[in-house]
Write a protein that binds this ligand. Sequence first.
Ligand code: FES
Ligand code: FE2
Length: 580
Amino acid sequence: MSVAAVGTWARSLGPVPSLACSSCRAPGEFAKPEKLAKAAPASDRRFSAAVTVGISAFFFLRHGGRGGNTGRRGRLSALQSESGRRSESEVIAEVLPPELELSSDVGSSELSSESEPSADSLRGGETFNWHKAWYPMAVVADLDPKRPSKLELLGEDLVAWRDGEGQWRVFEDRCLHRNVPLSEGRVESDGTLMCSYHGWRFDGTGRVTAIPQAKEGDLHRLLDNPRACAAARPTQLKNGVLWVWGESSADSELESALVEPNCPEELSDPALEGRAACAVWSHRDMPYGWEVAFENVTDPAHVAVTHHNIVSDRYKDPCPIEIDWVRKPSNMGGFKFQYKPLKKKTEDGVVTTMDFRPPCQMHIKSSYPSGASLTLLINYVPTKPGWSRLVGSTMTVLGEKGEKPPGFALYSAPIPRWLVHLLGPAFLHQDQVFLHFQQSILQKETLKTGKSWKQSYWIPTAVDKGTVMLRNWLDRNGGISWNPAVSQDLSSALPDKRSLFDTYHFHTEKCATCQKALKRVSRIHGALKYSAIILASAGVSGGPCWPLLAAAAVLGLGTGAASKLKGMFHEVPFHHQDNN
Ligand code: FES
Ligand SMILES: [Fe+2]
């Protein structure tokens, strides 16, 4: 996605709509909580509040204050006396025992809201199975069909390649002969993937088709051996994105056929055909994990501060934000909320929602009264602990009478793919450094003090509700199901900040489109540089020749611009301290 896409999204926040007609709601969605609260009889509300207080008291008495005899009220008083400015509700949020979900206890307005969906809805039932799900792993237009590409998913190494029939295949990245990575192999002209160690070849289904070291008389017997097959993953191509199933097992083909990838409705709903369009897909390896990535995208408040000078003013825009749940949280279905900054003036009737769709999608949509909409689609694929892969784009839908959403001209403009990719870090690097270090700090804090995120974070305002629900969802589903062989140690952050701005390793080297663009820009840079030198030399030999020197100066400026552009394929530094 582009910087402009995010900018338009952030600027297009709209007010919360009135209670929708029940027939307009999607299955599983429910009305605004405060409306329901008003509709409930007062006696019911009192009963519910009493139950809430009772459960809180039970947990506190059972697990509460260190002093044993110090009750919740005593602890509250002690903490309140530490800071006269803090309200009781803030302190309550802090002293809640870890067993009590924070989702219904964050911020003052939520403490007595009996209609607020709580994380209790995540208890019981089936938990989300990370391995029986589809993941958007790569953008096909940016893969090189002539060579295998290394991928990572849930701590497993994978290899993607295109076979002789033009099908994209994904195998576990391990040659079954002696375990060298197939991603170091070659895609051969006969449409097989050849291991570079001993030359064994694999067809698209994973079957071994050649063992050069086998005697002719043995070959057929060896190729018929059930072991002569690489572990292939089910794959699907949807809207130019390569989706990969979360495991390779005997039942994977069957199981994966019963599950749909999380393709956004903008691209799959036949009713929107002709009105919906998708901008360039972006992809990038991020030096922070799924956990902090989704904390970040369930947190609308940070945009006003972090993305200063791109979409906001850090001194004027931060304000309380009202968050209302739209879809009840569930293990399998994630959750959805709508939000509205209370200070910012927004266009009438615009609704902005954040929809978390497990395992790895955040669908952020601004809907306009005309029926037009603008969607920022962000997938953070859990590649390995402490890392994720961002695969995202922006989608526009025209209104019923062809009305355009804001930014439509920009998203439908023929901007080269490589330029969209090149500009992405200007926005992404504003979060990148602190998210990278946040995960390391949290883990070190947990190891040092035994505190979980609930105890380690202090969350006194309601704006963090989305983030709290996200963390609760993750806890209830047992955390990410990583390959047990990979280390989950995040305490060692990358050695220096500069390595976090390394766009070459995070993107360029893995993007065939940007590789080609970099070669072109390098050639142009070289041509401009040498032309400038030649003209300047000619312009000074035998006395100054001003027209030649002027031309050399223009070429010199072009050389500088090309050099800057070339540098962005390698590194895009950003420091908040310099962003005034
Ligand atoms: S390790 Fe792959 S062919 Fe030997
Ligand atoms: Fe690229």
